[in-house]
Write a protein that binds this ligand. Structure first.
Ligand code: ATP
Length: 463
């Protein structure tokens, strides 16, 4: 049973060092979140798994890290300066601001921003009698276009020419470096470029913890193909994205694919799907997959004046702009979905426990080594064991001596540590009832079963 409310998870994340409210000692900064010691371990693990699966272990993929700051013309070419905005509506009753398209989407079930013009948003809100989520009144002002890019300035001279944007997606880095990459890496089509990085969007209604924030991370792929070959490649990516979700531990029944209706598609896209997850507040986007045709490359070719055509290595007379299939994954949104899915509250015989049933490969720690009590020679033996496991394995290991053993087990249940290894007086050869010398217990997070194993075989059991 996953988390049924966000509050359960928000509280666990703070209490146990996964995610903290940003700038908290200064009263906070709304909708900003910092990844604490355990949150960053988990996020890094997900990122590494993604990179391994989609970049390092594939012949047809290469990586890139482009800058957050790019020439402002990039965003003119991509259409973000003119179009990257949401319809903002003010409630005349309480003065709160909302995304008109999202309010309509909840009622009508289609992406309203794509089917309605800006002028149609307010009349539609009134006609559908959609109340303000803040005060309940139905008094909407005319919708305005609100560009979501954060603007900043470069250098010391304040003039028009120094205006820059913080990137709202990583994708454009891949298009802008397409020529350098295809030439330096001697690629043949189809091939993809992947990038993981921070992006910024001045969202009108951020919220639901880390689901919608103004600074977040994406893992994106631009997969370049010969025009006309997109359809089966799109299908393959759809399956690979779906499998990735299952491998992260997300349950099939809380995942679905939403095919964008024809009217919803952007003018350059012939097909877009979202993979949605059932969050505690309902279905919402987790990932997207779009067929972007040659829109971006042709725009950058036009705006930069550079020839971005791909030359077929087998036939140098064949030059064309590749088409692009774009699988895009929100990294911070993945962390949220995985945490929500793993969260469980369980009744035990005479107790209850909160446990994160994380897949072992995304848990912050693989194993915790716990001396049964604070007796110095016991701690010493446990420390020796810790050093051995750290040196002989790539595992991430916690060493925990604070509090009773019961409390430490509960802590590791709550942070999702799959295995706890306890060093007791039996290990030292001082208490036969606890076990024989040089043996320890391994406790399994999910079954709660404890098993006595020799230190000798411990490493192979943990791997
Ligand atoms: P939405 O419809 O939720 O605003 P989008 O369609 O604008 O999302 P994309 O531009 O496709 O999103 O971004 C790619 C991915 O980045 C999304 O699938 C999602 O996982 C993530 N993402 C988008 N916006 C945010 C945000 N504000 N906070 C956290 N993650 C986000």
């Amino acid at each position: 049973m996953p988390a049924t409310s966000l509050d359960q998870l928000v509280s666990l994340c703070k209490r146990r060092g996964f995610i903290f409210p940003g700038s908290e000692i200064y009263g906070g900064l709304a909708n900003t979140w910092d990844y604490g010691p355990l949150g960053i371990e988990m996020k890094n693990r997900i990122q590494r798994l993604w990179w391994d699966r989609f970049v390092r272990k594939r012949q047809d993929m290469v990586g890139l890290e482009s800058g957050i700051l790019m020439n402002a013309r990039v965003w003119e070419a991509s259409g973000h300066v003119a179009n990257f905005g949401d319809p903002l509506v003010d409630c005349k009753g309480c003065k709160e601001r909302f995304r008109g398209d999202k309010l309509l989407e909840e009622k009508l079930g289609v992406e309203a921003s794509a089917v309605l013009t800006l002028e149609q948003v307010q009349p539609m809100l009134m006609a559908e009698k959609i109340p303000c989520p803040g005060c309940g009144k139905i008094q909407w002002a005319t919708a305005k276009k609100f560009n979501m890019m954060f603007k900043t300035k470069q250098g010391v001279i304040e003039d028009e020419g120094s205006d820059l944007y913080l990137r709202p997606e990583t994708a454009q880095g891949m298009f802008v470096q397409f020529k350098n990459i295809s030439q330096s890496m001697r690629r043949r089509l189809p091939f993809g470029i992947a990038q993981v990085g921070t992006v910024f969007r001045n969202e009108i209604t951020p919220g639901n913890f880390t689901f919608r924030t103004r600074e977040f991370q994406q893992m994106e792929i631009e997969y370049f193909v010969e025009p006309g070959t997109e359809a089966p490649i799109f299908e393959q990516w759809k399956e690979q994205m779906w499998q990735w979700c299952l491998d992260l531990g997300l349950a099939k029944e809380r995942l679905r694919i939403r095919e964008h209706a024809k009217e919803e598609l952007s003018h350059y896209s012939s097909r877009t799907i979202d993979i949605e997850y059932l969050y505690p507040w309902g279905w919402g986007e987790l990932y997207g997959l779009a067929n972007r045709s040659d829109f971006d490359l042709s725009q950058h070719q036009k705006f930069s004046g550079e020839d971005l055509k791909f030359t077929d290595p087998d036939d140098p007379t064949k030059k064309f702009l590749p088409h692009v299939v774009e699988p895009t994954f929100g990294l911070t949104r993945t962390v949220l979905a995985v945490l929500l899915e793993a969260y469980a509250e369980e009744k035990l015989e005479n107790d209850t426990r909160t446990v994160l049933k994380l897949q072992p490969n995304v848990a912050p720690y693989d194993v915790a080594i716990l001396p049964l009590s604070k007796k110095e020679h016991l701690i010493h033996k446990a420390q020796e064991l810790y050093n051995k496991v750290i040196q002989e394995t790539p595992l991430s290991v916690d060493f925990d001596i604070t509090g009773s053993i019961g409390k430490r087990y509960r802590r590791h249940d709550e942070i999702g540590t799959p295995k706890c290894v306890t060093v007791d007086f039996g290990t030292l050869g001082e208490d036969e009832k606890q076990g024989i010398i040089d043996t320890v217990t391994i406790r399994d997070r999910d079954t709660l079963k404890q098993e006595r194993v020799s230190i000798h075989e411990l490493i192979s059991r943990l791997r």
